[in-house]
Design a protein around this ligand. Sequence first.
Ligand SMILES: N=CN[C@@H](CCC(=O)O)C(=O)O
Ligand SMILES: [Zn+2]
Length: 426
Amino acid sequence: MLLIKNLRQIVQIVDDSSTEFLVGDAMKGIKILSSPECSLCIAIRKKEGKISFVGEESEVGVLPPGVEIVDGKGGCALPSFVDGHTHPVFAGDRVHEFAMKLAGATYNEVQAAGGGIHFTTEKTREASEETLYGDLERIVSRMIQSGTTTIEAKSGYGLDEETEMKMLRVLDRASSSLAIEISTTFCGAHAVPRGSNEEKQTELIVDRVIPRIDEAKKKGELKSVENIDVFCETGNFGVESTERILRAGQSIGLAPNFHAEELSYIGGVEMGARIGARGMSHLEEISHEGIEAMARARSAAVLLPSTAFILRLTPPPARKMIERGVIIGLGSDFNPNAHCLSMPMIMSLACITMRLSMEESLVAATINAAYSIGRGATHGALSPGRQADLLLLSSNRWENLIYQIGDHSHLISTVIKRGKIVHKRE
Ligand SMILES: N=CN[C@@H](CCC(=O)O)C(=O)O
Ligand SMILES: [Zn+2]
């Protein structure tokens, strides 16, 4: 057993192991235990990596011999973050494009000039599997230090059969070897590659790559591939092709979780809700009907504040979505365009640019993001029976993590994944 004691605050979010998400006003009413005497504790069954008790130390009961003690030193415990949208496998950076964008070029203009996803695709095709894995390992270790222990992670910088499979293998290996948990997403429709067109790329994905993924999964390879994604956007994939690809993914058991209404409104959300997509991301240009459809379909809106901030897009109508009962999650969208992997930073941006409260922002970065990858009942909250994924802060109020913008490294002292310490600040 692992016992974390001397805690002043425990931010549980919810205290049961059945709630899968929070919506509307419930996002503000999160469960927080406080003790000015710092007498709170969390007990973890290390073998199973699950929480067995949360509360007053005097109530924990008899401790087994050999219990490992972690001193919370009067700080706070909260669930570690679930990053609902990342593109962490790629080669080469795009720092030169950042300068172009600052000078006024739009995302589409950069891409049309041969940059953007096309530039990264070229570099990723050239890179070896080992190089991509080594880079991912370094990125993952920075994610963990920032308090993230579960990510959704996409392929999508190959766009051809071999490179997409290479990216999926890299993610799959990482999911079984690294300390972070990965819900892998096949995103072969991230862009139409040079020399092809929307129809040909759709056919390649539906007729060749998806069957190959299916075969690999049946053989017990690519165990972590769970989701299917498309960049549903003008100039990339229209609603019809998107639906075809998502349905092909669904036919082999993948959950649709895709990019929709980022730069223009084309009705992707209404289609996504109709086919039962588990999540949709970006949504800057979502329609009123789209919001209602997402709320009805219980499809998570994974909002990406760093991308809207960097590209100077009008942020999505998060307040309206919350009012209408949409499940709001957050993601870093870590990629060569939006080079930010810190979920504390993402929460700060969500509060400032999308007007979320700190509680709403934390819910979106934990239990609701977990829901968007099918883990709402097991991750993203600190209650008995849930997975012991948490972080300790050297601060007596958890809100400091959001308030002290971009300065999480001195606050996060320990990160625990499935009951094991995976980061401890020196
Ligand atoms: N919008 C599409 N995909 C990524 C950007 C990928 C890239 O520019 O490399 C996103 O979610 O922001
Ligand atoms: Zn993305």
